[in-house]
Design a protein. Structure first.
Length: 327
């Protein structure tokens, strides 16, 4: 049953955050083994410890709100967090993909806490608001650490890969970018039903137009490099193999979750284009480098626009459910 008041909504969202942290912990345990560099391995290990603390803090708030730990176990597999969990279970196969995935996941967590902060405000729950802010700041800091290591992850990814022909690698990165844009189009189109009207809806619809033009730019570079439509199809399949597929199977069901999901997705794109840009530079393909940089600017702007509307997304979610704020 959907929550019927702000307290229930808060408990439900805390429960989702619990599930997200459980998955984050599993990921952070697995990440150091394929981090690509020792420093990154340490960064993931350090965040595993932070993640344990996040889970503990979330659980404490749940208990304070009358939820027993045994009940929590049952809801971990609950429907609310399904898209997040499917995403978390994916297993990236290069240091670069791992970094991209981790970057996106940290921003998913950030978004989850942005929403929690605002729901706690509306419920007048000062303690929950405070821990949500504290954890949010750590998720942002972790995302920034990942972002500052893309040179190293690209280096490590190319080192391990065959073929060692850079141009062939570049075609693979372009094909992945093409596949990601296809998924972005699907996500934004599907979101139109959920997001309603208003500024956030407008921003997403504008970004859908942009996304189509990104895909066209990527396609033109693929053609210039001799990537056939056949290869594009392969990339679509390979996307499943990277297991980013899970990200897209489940549709978020509220404006707040859609916004969180779309926000995290922008950073999946950011990670992909940060790498594409570097691989293109190494291959001496300045046109692809230019296109990747231009698209990056759009993806970051789209993320910033979503982030400017957390309040709207939360209000729209409470509205749809007929939930009034406590104050
Ligand atoms: Fe966390
Ligand atoms: Fe995190
Ligand atoms: Fe995008």
């Amino acid at each position: 049953m959907p929550p019927s008041d702000i307290q229930e909504q808060l408990v439900k969202h805390l429960t989702d955050m619990h599930a997200i942290e459980v998955q984050a912990e599993a990921q952070m345990k697995a990440a150091p083994k394929m981090a690509g560099t020792e420093e990154l391995a340490r960064i993931y290990e350090q965040h595993e410890r932070e993640t344990e603390e996040h889970k503990r803090l979330v659980d404490e708030r749940l208990e304070a709100l009358g939820q027993s730990p045994s009940k929590l176990k049952d809801v971990v597999a609950g429907a609310g967090a399904v898209p997040f969990i499917l995403f978390a279970k994916s297993q990236p196969d290069t240091p670069g993909k791992l970094a991209t995935h981790a970057l996106s996941y940290e921003h998913m967590e950030q978004a989850g806490y942005e929403i929690l902060i605002r729901e706690a405000e509306r419920a007048g729950d000062e303690e929950t608001r405070e821990i949500a802010r504290r954890i949010r700041d750590q998720e942002i800091a972790m995302a920034e650490r990942i972002e500052s290591h893309f040179d190293e992850t690209v280096e490590a990814s190319l080192r391990d890969q065959s073929p060692d022909d850079l141009e062939e690698q570049l075609v693979k990165y372009l094909a992945d970018a093409h596949a990601i844009e296809s998924q972005a189009i699907g996500l934004l189109q599907g979101g139109e039903k959920i997001i309603g009207e208003g500024e956030l809806a407008k921003a997403m619809s504008d970004h859908l137009d942009e996304t189509r033009s990104h895909q066209a730019s990527v396609e033109s570079r693929l053609e210039a490099l001799g990537g056939s439509p056949n290869k594009l199809k392969d990339a679509g399949l390979r996307l499943g193999a990277l297991n980013w597929g899970g990200f897209f199977k489940a549709q978020p069901d509220t404006p707040a979750k859609l916004a969180a999901f779309a926000y995290a997705f922008e950073f999946l794109e950011v990670g992909a284009y940060e790498q594409l840009r570097r691989v293109a530079a190494r291959a001496g393909d300045s046109e692809t480098e230019r296109i990747a940089s231009a698209i990056l600017t759009d993806e970051r702007a789209a993320a910033a626009t979503i982030a400017a509307h957390w309040d709207d997304a939360v209000d729209a979610t409470l509205d749809t459910r007929g939930i009034a704020a406590t104050r």
